[in-house]
Ligand binder design. Structure first.
Ligand SMILES: [Zn+2]
Length: 143
């Protein structure tokens, strides 16, 4: 005898342990390589949330506002979204750090700055932004 277990919107259990609407969508990650929202069409976004629809297998990119909008029915909680954003930020920091290392190792020049007189900090920054961006792309491609 065969058992077929189906998880779709029609067989939700009354005890609340069954599949919910929210489980249809999954946050795959957050990216800054896609900057437009598939939902409202807004462009120029700093980052978008990649969301997978497990029922259709479709993946879309949405601005964080749309992704959290209850009316869009994704059903994500704020903390769930915050976790995804934190992961993204950590990843971004790691890429910047590695790119800076690569930039220096390839002979990229740094400029020392001192903004202490205006309440800023002191440190060094990359002199060749275009070359630094190339390094970022290289680091990304290698990950
Ligand atoms: Zn949108």
């Amino acid at each position: 005898m065969k058992f077929t277990i189906t998880f779709n919107g029609n067989d939700k259990k009354a005890d609340g342990n069954g599949p919910t609407e929210a489980s249809q969508y999954r946050i795959l990650g957050i990216t800054d390589s896609v900057t437009s929202c598939d939902c409202c069409g807004k462009t120029g976004l700093v980052k978008t949330v990649a969301i997978e629809d497990s029922e259709t297998g479709n993946m879309g990119h949405y601005g964080t506002t749309c992704a959290l909008n209850p009316a869009k029915c994704f059903g994500f909680s704020k903390s769930e979204m915050a976790k995804a954003i934190n992961r993204f930020k950590a990843e971004q920091q790691a890429i910047w750090l590695a790119a800076r290392r690569l930039y220096k190792s390839l002979g990229g020049q740094m400029i020392a700055y001192d903004f202490r007189s205006t309440g800023g900090d002191v440190g060094s920054k990359v002199a060749d932004m275009a070359f630094y961006n190339v390094c970022i792309e290289k680091v990304r491609a290698a990950r």
